[in-house]
Write a new protein. Sequence first.
Length: 219
Amino acid sequence: MTQTTAITEIIQTLADVESRFNITRTESEGFFPEWYADLPEITEVDKAALNLIRRRYLDRLNDGSLTEGTVTLITGSPLLERAGFYDPPFKMMAEKSVQIVLDDEDDEVETLKGRIDVLAMQNQFWVTLLESKRTTISVMSALPQTLAYMTANPRKDRPSFAAMTNGSEIVFVKLDFQNPPKYDLSRIFSPVPLMNELYTVLQVLRKIGQLILIPVAPE
């Protein structure tokens, strides 16, 4: 028997996603160097663009809390565009529908369905996905759903990356599908401090883009 369920209904906690997909958070400090090691330089033009993104966000925040759509529009999407994910060889999709098929021990099939806010792809490989939340909700509340979406990546031979944001906080996620699947998180970045942390966010995004374009050596 096949049952179809919305991801948001069935995946609500980390325990839910870890047990259903058999993934665990790694204890290895060297698992996720992409968010802090050998980051590419950014230009003064980049910094000026990031300062504008920060100012626009803070201006809107002064008027009250921001919805998920507004967070994506004024923070998430401009960052992905600046990182180069809107241009070839990458392909950008919004509201991407995904299906995850799970088989249980009783041979029952469950299909989980959901929509990714913004998805960057390259040759059918999911480079990064962006999951947004309104500013009044902790960015970490997006982690269970984000991990579930990451498991739907059709390419399991390479790590997958995600960015979660509620505007005030941005966190990167890495999921490696090798047996057993493991994940880890970056530190929390924010556009709120005077020292604009969006500079580092852009560096991390570009680092991820560079790694994806490196061909995988044949086994």
